[in-house]
Design a protein around this ligand. Structure first.
Ligand SMILES: Cc1cc2nc3c(=O)[nH]c(=O)nc-3n(C[C@H](O)[C@H](O)[C@H](O)COP(=O)(O)OP(=O)(O)OC[C@H]3O[C@@H](n4cnc5c(N)ncnc54)[C@H](O)[C@@H]3O)c2cc1C
Length: 339
């Protein structure tokens, strides 16, 4: 985490604003889902008292794993940040169209999201699909910043450990820094959500992003975001800004069947051997500079569970590309349940 970054987001490990005793909505987890919901709740439904509780002090600059924890609590830090909006499926199309429009408006307002727009090339079909690639960390920062400016109480460095029923029909959120009473709770802890809300049974998927040591020429800066079908899954190749530079990165999805979510494992060779190296031979000589990886939800649309009234758990395997739609949808649902 850079000093500038900490100052910009106003969150540091030493930030110890006392937790509020009572709120209307407690949002647990400030990833794309939690941050977007806080943003839309504050902007479109003013008057609600909202607290955003999250365990990390601050998201690092895009691509940096300097303070990333080994258990991958924050998947968005490793995200490719790709938003593509051409889908056969009407719901996915709506989710991503709305987010693309939201992001474009931010970019035209001068908000820094490190965005690169290029084309998404579906190999073997010859289809060219437009896509926008941005820094998920910067998008989340922006959503948190605007939510705070609109009155959301921001509590980084707060680990949520449980939610129990309150005496008044509401809920009590238990955290490393004390309890918060809330009429409604949104649990959006990514891969950790089922630990708090066991009824929210999501299938986990291990995803890796390989940052390569390939030189990126001006011509390659416009490299189409390319999908390569591999085995039962696919890999995607794109150019992305990481640590202030432009890099070629390769992401894998559904390729490695592995229950080990405990530590970084390098599947680069396996990925090349599964076919990526045959389709794109120039990748063969590339070394891996860094592996960014996280444990994501296999479900690619928004999944919401409400085991007891007012306790919501939400998950989505592509929450970055759908974040504006998800944030607006969950904010409307929480605002409707204000009682
Ligand atoms: C390699 C890779 C590439 C990807 N590429 C894309 C892509 O191109 N486009 C796309 O749309 N999606 C992509 N994804 C998926 C996307 O990153 C996830 O869908 C998204 O991050 C999920 O958002 P979330 O808010 O549910 O959870 P997360 O991003 O995991 O955020 C959860 C938040 O909760 C916090 N938290 C966790 N536990 C606790 C706790 N106990 N107490 C308090 N806070 C806690 C975390 O710090 C974090 O802030 C990719 C994922 C990976 C791994």
């Amino acid at each position: 985490m850079t000093t500038d970054h900490a100052q910009r987001t106003g969150n540091s490990p030493t930030d110890r604003t006392p937790l509020p005793g009572d709120v209307d909505v407690a949002i647990c987890g400030a990833g794309p889902i939690g941050a977007a919901t806080a943003h839309f709740l504050a902007r479109r439904h003013p008057g609600l008292r909202v607290a955003l509780l999250t365990d990390h002090a601050a998201a690092p600059p895009d691509g940096s794993t300097a303070d990333a924890d080994p258990e991958h609590h924050a998947t968005y830090r490793y995200s490719g940040g790709s938003i593509r909006w051409a889908w056969d499926d009407a719901v996915k199309r709506e989710m991503t169209n709305e987010t693309a429009g939201f992001v474009r408006a931010l970019l035209s307002d001068g908000v820094e999201l490190d965005a690169l727009e290029n084309t998404y090339h579906l190999l073997h079909t010859g289809e060219l699909i437009p896509a926008l690639n941005l820094s998920a960390a910067r998008l989340v920062d922006h959503l948190v910043d605007t939510a705070r400016a609109d009155g959301v109480a921001w509590h980084p460095g707060t680990t949520v450990t449980g939610v129990r029923p309150g005496d008044d029909g509401g809920h009590v959120v238990e955290t490393s820094r004390g309890d918060v009473r809330a009429r409604q709770v949104l649990v959006a802890l990514g891969a950790r959500t089922p630990q708090l809300v066991p009824a929210h049974d999501t299938e986990a998927e291990k995803r890796q992003l390989f940052v390569l040591d390939l030189p990126v020429t001006d011509a390659r800066e416009r490299l189409p975001h390319t999908i390569v079908p591999v085995g039962k899954g696919f890999a995607y190749v794109l150019v992305k800004r990481t640590d202030g530079g432009v890099r070629v990165v390769v992401g894998q999805e559904d390729i490695v069947e592995d229950d080990d979510t405990g530590g970084p494992v390098d599947y680069w060779e396996e990925l090349l051997d599964s076919g990526v190296g045959d389709v794109l031979p120039w990748l063969r000589d590339a070394g891996v500079e860094r592996i960014l990886w996280g444990v994501d939800s296999a479900h690619k649309k928004l999944a919401v569970t409400e085991p007891t009234p007012g306790l919501l758990a939400a998950n989505c395997g592509s929450a970055v590309r759908s974040s504006a739609w998800i944030g607006r949808t969950l904010a409307a649902r929480l605002a409707a349940g204000r009682g």
